[in-house]
Design a binder for this molecule. Sequence first.
Ligand code: PLP
Length: 377
Amino acid sequence: MMDTFNVYPVYDINPVKGLKSDIWDDNGTKYLDLYGGHAVISIGHSHPKYVKAISEQVGTLGFYSNSVQIPLQKKLAAKLGEMTGLQDYHLFLANSGAEANENALKLASFHNGRKKIISFKKGFHGRTSAAVAVTDNQKIKAPINFDEHVEILEFNNVEAVKAAIDNETCAVIVEGIQGIGGIHVSTDAFMTTIREKCDETGAVFIHDSVQCGYGRSGRFFSYEYSGVKPDIISMAKGMGNGFPIGGILISPKFEAKYGMLGTTFGGNHLSCAAALAVLEAIDEEGLIDNAASLGEYTINELQKIEGIKEVRGKGLMIGIELEEPVKPIREALLFKDHIFTGVAGAHIIRLLPNLAVAKEEIDRFLVAFKKRLEELK
Ligand code: PLP
């Protein structure tokens, strides 16, 4: 019998339904979900507006045409422009974060005709062949060097950025807050130096907002904290609350030419309906403000707990680093307290709750986490 290619480690828990921040397994046990499928669940599980929008759009299946997709894509672009303030940017839609970044790099190289890409240690930009599997996590680096045009610098190192970005640099790709690499937040000086050097040399500034974007940081995009404006912004994950969609926002300095970028399924009508419902829910329910205030609260409360090496993050993208491996705490939280969390490496717990998470849910986590940490010590 054919089986799936076994590359994903999973716990022996079988979730069968979800609502808001909760999920239930096939034994009826309820769990608090503070990870949301790697930052995918932005507005909460089974949000009624979202379910309705997709269900209604499913009704048009059987008829697959640009005439259905294009008006939805335009509506999505308009709403994104309104919510991000990037009214003069353009939207190109894809299906995932990796694809979004591939298109960003392709566009950059069309723009300036150059090859050299700059990225950063502990950065992650998806399983892309176009030189962006740039992490120091060897497990996801293939032996074939797809990255021959990539120069990898220290994150947050202003001097390294000043020295490396030159007239041969095609693009700089950076996460405003590194996700899989351990929740490292970019400094303002780092971001503004990237912007300045790109302006000086004609290199393209690509901000990978796949994980830190879409309100998660407490701003629509995390680069807003530094007051810079990237040339291309890639997005995915929270954009569809579980429905596959990705895309890039493209500065007006890039001129679109027919055939330059393209995809069969990017911007399909179901993904657009999902993404529009997500934006409307974020807007109507004030979820970015909730992410900002509850994120600040969570980080402050965590900082009061003794025995943590460091708490990092912005909004609802939080890393808790311990001296010890976090596996026992994470498993106690899951199997005894019924709380799902994530990790970034062996020593960091990664919290990526939905943006509508309630204070009581965060408090429940804080009490449980404190108890499990005390047990570990
Ligand atoms: N960029 C960042 C910052 C990510 O965290 C990820 C996924 O974890 C990706 C890109 C790749 O996205 P996808 O898995 O949708 O290809």
